[in-house]
Design a protein around this ligand. Structure first.
Ligand SMILES: Cc1cc2nc3c(=O)[nH]c(=O)nc-3n(C[C@H](O)[C@H](O)[C@H](O)COP(=O)(O)OP(=O)(O)OC[C@H]3O[C@@H](n4cnc5c(N)ncnc54)[C@H](O)[C@@H]3O)c2cc1C
Length: 468
């Protein structure tokens, strides 16, 4: 509980309407999109500008009150669950596109702008902001930057980090710094822009970002390849890349996922296929034509029993929308959906898909798999029921084994969803204890009072390290 004088100080800064501490508000911000994590904050505050953020942070630092910056709460790693209480910071009043600079091809935004709004604003003037997490209709750019989110176009265009040129950040002591800028090159000191990108709200608060835009591709084509055998689909992914073709999108859905998505989206997806690949290429028309022909041939050579290219823009959009709906569709089936994002080198996709299926069978749990196959980024998704403690124990064991397998194959425990509280016990598998210690030292230097999003990424003290 916060002392009433502290609440009063917050209220003076942001106004009464922007400080909430009634039960309904606290409950609403006690959880995010991650199953099984919930904790009440003490207050929910929506500052209106950077100066107000800075003043609030100063008070929190002085009083050692935890701060959990929160975008739309769509993260899947318990990244915004206020595990130690404190203040949840919202950016609903900081949601403006501040500038589009067509000479420098940049867009300057506040943290609360929706990803889709950024994409659309760029698109309207013939420019392109590629990062497109499946949640882009509702996710905010501050959340995307803090998770370094990927998306369906990651294979060709990279992830959020590749489009962040500069940041304004409020540090845990209330100081405001600017990193990077509208620059194609900048090697002045440590790369602080990259340090804050993907830092999951543990180092500071992003209050402004300069994003890179690129010219909009001339044309796009979307196609679907169907397989009777899951491994053949996985092998096609490697074959496409090995043939020096980098599609924009190279998505994989297994049969259980296809069935559920079709039931949800009703667009005529082939539910008889054991696996499908959804592939998109963009660029100059002649290049797209050539690549799509080559990819079609590779799909057939590697066992696809059917390959179709979308005939209209609407047909293509329906396919992409259906893919984006995969998680929402799956979550209708059981009370609890646990979605993971084990990631391996592309060449190991087939081995990883097989391993996931074997592990699911071993622990007798229901796992559907889909994901950004071209990035080696799979989303094994477990449909379960958190009330069934015995089953949940098996699910946890299964995922632990999946993470270990991913790392064994040269991969990582998370390709885009972040560590948060959920993957904290597994971070050492990827970076080792020495790697965690480096991160802990960085945190200690920037946030000595440990107020920024505590309980996320790694434990506060070495001795507290939670091994799996
Ligand atoms: C249906 C669905 C599909 C998804 N698809 C994808 C996908 O394709 N690719 C992908 O990478 N992820 C995906 N996600 C995960 C999630 O949407 C992303 O992580 C997204 O970037 C989170 O944005 P958000 O606005 O909801 O942020 P939140 O969930 O609110 O916050 C995420 C993290 O950012 C921090 N944060 C938020 N704002 C700030 C700020 N201004 N300053 C400092 N820290 C801040 C928070 O503390 C937290 O650690 C998906 C999630 C769902 C539910």
């Amino acid at each position: 509980m916060l002392h009433e004088t502290v609440i009063e100080r917050f209220t003076i800064i942001v106004g009464k309407e922007n400080v909430k501490y009634d039960n309904a508000s606290l409950l609403a911000y006690s959880y995010d999109s991650t199953a099984q994590y919930q904790a009440l904050p003490d207050a929910v505050i929506a500052p209106r500008n950077t100066e107000e953020v800075s003043q609030i942070v100063e008070i929190c630092n002085e009083q050692k009150i935890p701060i959990v910056p929160r975008g739309s709460g769509t993260n899947l790693c318990a990244g915004t669950t206020p595990l130690e209480g404190g203040v949840v910071l919202l950016f609903k009043n900081m949601n403006e596109i501040l500038e589009i600079d067509e000479d420098n091809l940049t867009m300057t935004v506040q943290p609360g702008v929706y990803t889709k709004t950024i994409f659309e604003a760029a698109s309207q003037i013939g420019l392109f902001y590629p990062p497109d997490p499946g949640s882009m209709h509702i996710s905010q750019i501050g959340g995307n930057i803090s998770e370094n989110s990927g998306g369906l176009r990651g294979l060709k265009y990279g992830v959020t980090n590749d489009y962040v040129l500069g940041l304004e950040v409020v540090l845990p002591n209330g100081e405001i710094i600017r990193t990077g800028g509208k620059l194609a090159k900048d090697v002045a000191g440590y790369n602080l822009t990259e340090l804050f990108t993907g830092s999951e709200g543990t180092l500071g608060i992003i209050t402004e970002a300069i994003l890179k835009l690129i010219p909009k591709p001339e044309t796009t084509k979307t196609m679907l390849a169907l397989y009777h055998d899951l491994e053949e689909a996985a092998k096609t992914v490697s074959a496409i890349i090995a043939n020096r073709i980098i599609p924009v999108t190279l998505e994989f859905l297994d049969q259980p996922t296809v069935k559920v998505v079709e039931d949800f989206a009703q667009i005529g997806l082939p539910t008889e296929a054991k696996a499908i690949l959804l592939i998109e290429q963009d660029g100059a028309p002649e290049v797209v034509e050539r690549d799509i022909d080559k990819i079609s041939a590779l799909c057939r050579e590697n066992g696809a029993f059917d390959v179709t290219v979308a005939k209209t823009v609407e047909e293509a959009q329906a396919l992409m929308t259906a893919r984006r709906a995969a998680l929402s569709a799956l979550s209708r089936l059981m009370p609890t959906t646990i979605l993971e994002d084990a990631t391996v080198p592309r060449s190991e996709i087939a081995n990883m898909v097989n391993a996931i299926n074997e592990i699911a069978e071993k622990y007798n749990v229901n796992i559907c798999t889909f994901g950004h196959a071209g990035d080696g980024n799979l989303h094994p998704t477990c449909l379960t029921d958190a009330r069934n403690k015995e089953e949940i124990a098996r699910v946890e064991k299964a995922f632990e084994e999946i993470f270990k397998k991913a790392v064994e194959l040269g991969g990582t425990i998370t390709g885009e969803h972040g560590v948060g509280a959920m993957k904290l016990p597994y971070l050492h598998l990827k970076v080792g204890e020495a790697g965690i210690e480096v991160m802990r030292n960085i945190k200690q230097a920037i946030d000595p009072n440990y107020i920024m999003n505590p309980g996320k990424m790694f434990a506060r003290n070495k001795d507290e390290v939670v091994n799996e």
